[in-house]
Design a protein around this ligand. Sequence first.
Ligand code: ZN
Length: 399
Amino acid sequence: MLNRAAARKVLSFHPQCQRIGLTHLCFADDLLIFTKGSEEAVGTVATILEKFYLVSGLRCNPSKSEIFCAGVNEEVKKTLVNCFGFKEGTLPVMYLGIPLSAGKLKAVDCKALVEKITSRIRGWQPKLLTYARKIQLIVAVLASISQYRMNIIQLPKKVIKEVESMCSKFLWSNMEQNKKAKVAWKHAAFPKEEGGLGFRDLWSWNQACLARHIWVVLANQETLWIAWLKEYWLRNISIWETQIRGSWVWNKILKTRPLLNSSLVCTEAGVEWNGAVMTRFSIKTVWDSLRPRRETVPWASLVWKGPLIPKNSLITWLVIQDRITTLDKVKKWNPDVLDICPLCHSDPETRDHLFFSCSYVRTVWSIVFDPWQISLGWTFQSGVLAAVTRLGDTPKHNT
Ligand SMILES: [Zn+2]
């Protein structure tokens, strides 16, 4: 009915909808109507809604409906609001968990998201969970934020930091404020092959999600959004060349261009990513080239792969990070503690001493490594760690 009224020129289009003939958007039982900010246009919409009620029996619920006005003075706004009896809405408005706004998304606009994650994490009762289970749950939380919200908008850096900080507290201190993390989040947010705990770096994931919009434009998909962009913001200019203007969300999408323009190109075969045609956009592929990287570590499969006890894997990981609570560390915050190794009673108990240079421990390692005839080196990395990575080899002789 709205479209027919617009075609008959009874209903005036919203100034940024006319070229694509857009009068409304409809999702499930939600309806967004766009029209010119004049009393006549808004009155026409009210009449159409009333006619729709008469033929269908469905009527807008004024307590659940809002009117948003822009580019009109206060007097006109009052008249428009009165046309429907709806209350006047203010942006950003939350829709399906996403704040709708052309302006800058602030941390305060994402308060509901942060609160939702906080209550979810607290509901898991961290005190009752093992580290391994907590790691699994954090991976799930980060994936759930990434899958939906980040596909559409760029979350403010402050919000991402807050989410990461909450996950870190959940993992290391059971959400208690006064306990410090054993390992900083920036070290844990790497794939396990690169020495991390396998947590996703949210910021670069978000950038990869926004890059998808560039791909959608290049792939020239037949969507309403692309049609609208072409008419109003691109106007025959390539997405690589168009100036940064328009809404905050669009600007954030355009700002990902420097990250992509050497990898994402249009060819006769289609849109290519690093020389391979990308018929469907893969956020994971793009993220993998945008994310911070570290060198792979030789011990990752030893610590994480195979039929291992998850708790032992994490302890081994902490040992490698030098984050286990040895007596030398305890002495730093409590000088009265005697930090002498309780096994050999000769040297201070440090990580390297406890796992390598302690005479008692060296005897144990010698027995363990004897079947492989592996000789220990003199440092933690080149000694025990390198030797242990060879335990999968066939023993030289049996004892
Ligand atoms: Zn010792």
